[in-house]
Ligand binder design. Structure first.
Ligand code: GLN
Length: 268
């Protein structure tokens, strides 16, 4: 299944966080460690959304091919620093097309969203849930892929004013109720918060002096993210595996971990 990463912290260059690290997102395209029952490699596209000082809304770069083969991103990444970002590499759900618009992060206003997982039987399996969506949201759905449908459900809740952590939890619960074998690792950010779920896939969290990182798989953090101004921070960052069935909410100060409800719905 796809891999994703969310970052909040001191500004870091995109290449330092995503391309250069040992086992960073770039390396996870061809050599992920923990895909569990979903896929082998992540070469059906990628995307990065980042928050800068100048604009409220994030900027995005997405492409249909493998991250390792994208010269434009390799040239752009060292020129861009961000204090918050969401990055994703894609292993497409079967029978969905490998196009740019199907690549996370999906966006609505300030929000960025990534889904690491699948919704079996999509689109039919989500038809009933889709009925309560604003028709304009459905028509504007970015791509014909299960993850974009999940984003339509979640972004409807956000635009209805539901608090973001509740919206993520309730979206997961409604999708799993409709499709018990859905795989639902989600990641949401507005540049000040990271909200993630572990639901059948791997997820880890790392908090350092200067950053918090939530990622499908641990990787070696760059010095800027370790708070390493004088070279004294340990090279090994303290990553913690998030147990399955949890909601993670992190801001710049703290991280909380809450069990998700209705775990018994799971079809594992
Ligand atoms: N369902 C999503 C897609 O097809 C994500 C797939 C994944 O996690 N492998 O893009």
């Amino acid at each position: 299944m796809c891999r994703h990463v969310g970052y909040l912290g001191t500004p870091v260059r995109l290449d330092e966080l995503l391309l250069r690290p040992s086992h960073g997102l770039l390396e996870q395209t061809w050599a992920p460690n923990d895909m569990r029952r979903g896929g082998t490699i992540n070469v059906d596209g990628f995307g990065v959304g980042w928050y800068g000082a100048e604009r409220v809304e994030p900027s995005r770069y997405r492409a249909a091919g493998p991250m390792w083969a994208d010269e434009n991103f390799a040239a752009l990444a060292p020129e861009v620093s961000a204090d918050a970002l969401v990055g994703a590499i894609r292993s497409a759900t079967r029978s969905t097309s490998a196009e740019r618009t199907a690549c996370a992060p999906f966006q609505s206003g300030r929000w960025l969203f990534s889904h690491n997982g699948s919704v079996p039987g999509w689109p039919d399996s989500l038809a009933e849930l889709a009925e309560k969506l604003d028709p304009v949201r459905l028509l504007a759905s970015e791509a014909p892929v299960d993850s974009a449908a999940v984003w339509a459900l979640l972004s409807q809740r956000l635009s209805d004013g539901q608090p973001p952590a509740d919206a993520v939890r309730d979206t997961l619960v409604e999708v799993v109720r409709a499709v018990p074998d859905a795989r639902m690792n989600m990641l949401l950010s507005d540049g000040n918060l990271l909200i993630a779920t572990s639901w059948t896939h791997s997820l880890s969290v790392c908090r350092t002096e200067s950053a918090v990182v939530i990622a499908s798989e641990p990787f070696e953090l760059p010095a800027a993210a370790r708070g390493d101004r004088d070279g004294s921070a340990p090279a090994d960052s303290p990553w913690h595996a998030v147990p399955d069935g949890h909601l993670v909410v992190a801001d710049r100060e703290e991280t909380s971990l809450t069990p998700l409800p209705d775990i018994e719905l799971r079809d594992s």
